[in-house]
Design a protein around this ligand. Sequence first.
Ligand code: HGA
Length: 613
Amino acid sequence: MCGIVGAVRAKNNVVDFLTQGLARLEYRGYDSAGIAVKTAGNIERVRRVGRVKLMEKAAQAAGLNGLIGIGHTRWATHGGVTEPNAHPHMSGDLIAVVHNGIIENFEAERTRLQELGYVFHSQTDTEVIAHSIHREYTQNGNQDLFAAVSAACARFQGAYAIGVIANDCPDTLVAARMGCPLLIALGEDDTFIASDVSAVIAFTRRVVFLEDGDIARLSAHGIDKLIDKNGINTKRDVKMSALSLASLELGPYSHFMQKEIHEQPKAIGDTAEVFLLGGFAAENFGEHAAEVFQDIHSIKILACGTSYYAALTAKYWLEDIAKMPTDVEIASEYRYRNVIADPKQLIITISQSGETLDTMEALKYAKSLGHRHSLSICNVMESALPRESELVLYTRAGAEIGVASTKAFTTQLVALFGLTVTLGKLRGLVSDAQADDYTNELRLLPGSVQHVLNLEPQIVAWANRFAAKNDALFLGRGIHYPIALEGALKLKEITYIHAEAYPAGELKHGPLALVDNNMPVVVIAPNDSLLEKVKANMQEVAARGGELFVFTDLDSEFHESSGVNVIRTPRHAGILSPIVHTIPVQLLSYHTALARGTDVDKPRNLAKSVTVE
Ligand code: HGA
């Protein structure tokens, strides 16, 4: 959440990089955008409420030009969505700052700085960063910007990634990271900072990922100084990013969400390839994974949002196939609970970005309690969670830009299924013949997903009817209950229709009271052992005038009738059925959002990569 960029260049105007970079990072926050550039005169700032495009036009009209600058696209945490609250924030005309994160002790800092005579112009926590650096910088005459940022950072509690420039220091950009992502990118005569690699990839592929506590001083020629959390001079490896520019472009699609839904056969196939080529081998998860997997007797999965639903689905597989007791918990709840730690319980964290702060803090908490083993399932290389974990499996979904997660979810499921079979084999519960069957299921999966994508026209027809509704219920049973939860979440996120999901058997214990002819009820009802139970639950809805929208399989004998609409997937996908049945609920939400005219890729109040608590 919140995207930050910055650049110090030897020859070229920074404005084109700042605006292009912010456009790439807009999925991280889109309340307001702004840049600050050291021009031939002072630092000049352009900020606008709304999208980067608006701000870019204003920057062009103002003719901003300079070799050093910073930029920001905001997802507000402290203070409303207003221009005075938009970043960059300044202290006088001397210091300009962009910030991603939350300064938890900002009230005490603000009081201290006000007592020193500083006047605040915004409601943000970020403004204390600007004034605090100003104070350190000017205390003994303008000194060293790097030292001032270090001294100021020592005062802050909370999470931040910041970029700082000073009016009288036109060759130096200072960057600091604590808990929020930040990287440095090295060009020929340019040095950049950005929240993620998508912002810089059009300029350079050479990147340095900062670690928590790092503070760096940058010039156009690279990193002049870098200290770690202990204040020790350090060096970080330069990595070549493999991210493709094409993966960041829309191509023939109207929305990133649409593109990402349709990329699923490939993303799933790419992720499954880990197990198709490497077998269900422990080494897929790290060099010492076999020892770790032998040393555990249960699993706890910590995650948020869509990743949490992937975890709930995996619980069924892990307990059924690998007989591994599995607990699933929302990361932001876990971290504030008195937990009884178990060193033989493997902690798994799941996060698309690998930077989700709640999940990260939950992992740190688990480790502090004495959990010895951890595994992360993430989609972004070099992100924070894998770095903090003993083992990792990267999903190969490619860049996911749409705020509502789609291909990240289904590839997480593939990874979790691969983990299940791997553990099952190691524990002697999955024979070679069974493993071969699972391999075949994985091989067929991209094709099954493609077949469901081909059902899109039928789903569009349903979506047009959903568009007029205010509420919806999603039902599933067993391993398809988490898919009902994911369907309801997708609908809420991008259509703003109030949606809830229940295990179908739970309907009569309360939510049935909501059912009338205005309440569409979506049922995930594949042909599995619970089908007859689900059918009985559907009768309860039909008897009360509710309209049913049933996603089922070819062979499960449902008949369309008044109040019962049916879409069939072409084949029952067996153990991987939850993955296949995710696709229709994604398409239903996407097309309902189109029919309602909402902003599919940038739904209100949300942003991707949740790096604040
Ligand atoms: N706290 C700052 C930055 C918010 C942020 O990083 N969101 O992801 C603000 O509210 O402006």
